[in-house]
Design a protein around this ligand. Structure first.
Ligand code: ATR
Length: 291
C-alpha cells in the first residue's frame, strides 16, 4: 500500500524504484515508513523496466508527474549516463542510485556509500576516523563507497581484489582524494595487505550472492574487527560466519539499504528520516522469515 492510498483525496508526490527484477525490493516499504514518520506526502511504487527500456520507462514516469527514482540492478550505469548533472559522490562512483527531476534537468546522485558509512558509524557505533579499513572487491559496489569512506578520514584504506589491476585502478582513481583527507590508500591482489587485524573490513565483492568467500588472510580479522558484508539475507552470509569464527563482530548490509534510502529521501524532500526504527522493523521481518 502506498501512503497516498491511506489518505484518500490527499495529493501525494510520486517516486518509485526502477529495476529488473524489482518485485523483491524493500524500498517501497522503507519509503512508506519514512513518509509516515516525517508526515511527507509521498507515494512510492515499483517500476519494472525491460532490460532494453530503461530510458523510455524513466521518461514516461517523469512525464506522468513522477518527481524522482531510486535505481537498482542493472540500471545504475544507465542512470549515470542519463543524468544531466551529477553529485560529486555519483561522479566518483560512476553509478547513480537516485534520480531527481529538477526544473533544469535530471540530477543524479549515489547514496550507497553514505548509507554504508552511516550504518557503520551511527547504527553500529564504529567510528571510521583514524581507522584501518580493508575493502574487499574493486567492482561497482566498492567504487561507490570509497569517497564517502575517505570523507570520514580513516588512517588507511587497503583495497584488495581477486583481480589485482582493478584494485590498482581504484587506488589510482582515488589517490588525490585520499591525499586530501590524509588517508593512506593502498592494496592490490589477495596478498596485498598487512598481516595485522583491521578495525573495519567491508566485503564489497559479489561473492555472497553465490555463497563464495573472497580470499582474505585470516590475520586481517581480530576481536576488535567489525566485518561488514554489503549483502544481507535471512541468515548470516558465509563471510559473516567466517568473520565470527575468527572472533570478529559481523554485520550485514540491511542497515546500509535503509540508510541509503533515508539519504535518497533527503535528496528528494530535504527532510531526513530516522533509519533505526525502520531497520529494526525490517530486521524483525527477516527474523520471522528465518524462523
Ligand atoms: P558490483 O557492482 O556488485 O561490485 P562487479 O562490478 O561485477 O559487481 O564487481 C564484482 C566484484 O566482486 C569484483 O571485485 C569481483 O572480483 P573480480 O574483479 O576479480 O572479478 C568480486 N567477486 C565476485 N565474485 C567473487 C568471488 N567468488 N571471490 C572473490 N571476489 C569475487
Amino acid at each position: 500500500m502506498s501512503v497516498s492510498e491511506s489518505k484518500p483525496g490527499v495529493h501525494a508526490d510520486r517516486y518509485a524504484v526502477v529495476g529488473n527484477p524489482v518485485a523483491h525490493s524493500k524500498s517501497p516499504y522503507i519509503h512508506a515508513q519514512f513518509a509516515l514518520q516525517t508526515g511527507e506526502r509521498v507515494e512510492y511504487d515499483r517500476l519494472l523496466a525491460p532490460l532494453d527500456g530503461f530510458v523510455e520507462h524513466v521518461q514516461a514516469f517523469h512525464a506522468a508527474g513522477g518527481l524522482g527514482l531510486n535505481v537498482t540492478v542493472p540500471f545504475k550505469l544507465e542512470a549515470h549516463a542519463l543524468a544531466h548533472k551529477l553529485s560529486p559522490r555519483a561522479a566518483a562512483a560512476g553509478a547513480v542510485n537516485t534520480l531527481r527531476f529538477d526544473a533544469d534537468g535530471i540530477f543524479g546522485d549515489n547514496t550507497d556509500g553514505f548509507g554504508l558509512v552511516r550504518d557503520i558509524e551511527v547504527n553500529l557505533g564504529v567510528s571510521l576516523e583514524g581507522a584501518r579499513v580493508l575493502l574487499l572487491g574493486a567492482g561497482g559496489a566498492a567504487r561507490g563507497v570509497v569517497l564517502p569512506m575517505l570523507e570520514r578520514r580513516p588512517r588507511e584504506i587497503t583495497i584488495v581484489n581477486r583481480t589485482a589491476p582493478k584494485a590498482h585502478a581504484l587506488i589510482e582513481q582515488f589517490a588525490g582524494a585520499a591525499g586530501e583527507f590524509g588517508c593512506l590508500l593502498n592494496g592490490g591482489g589477495p596478498g596485498a595487505f598487512d598481516p595485522k587485524s583491521y578495525d573495519v573490513i567491508v566485503n564489497a565483492t559479489a561473492g555472497s550472492l553465490d555463497a563464495a568467500l573472497p580470499e582474505c588472510d585470516e590475520r586481517a580479522f581480530g576481536t576488535g574487527t567489525l566485518a561488514y558484508d554489503m549483502m544481507y539475507g535471512a541468515q548470516p552470509t558465509v563471510f559473516m560466519r567466517h568473520a565470527q569464527a575468527l572472533g570478529a563482530r559481523a554485520a550485514d548490509g540491511l542497515g546500509m539499504l535503509v540508510e541509503q534510502a533515508a539519504e535518497s529521501f533527503f535528496v528528494w524532500r530535504g527532510v531526513r528520516p530516522e533509519g533505526a526504527p525502520v531497520l529494526a522493523a525490517l530486521r524483525a521481518q527477516l527474523a520471522a522469515q528465518a524462523a
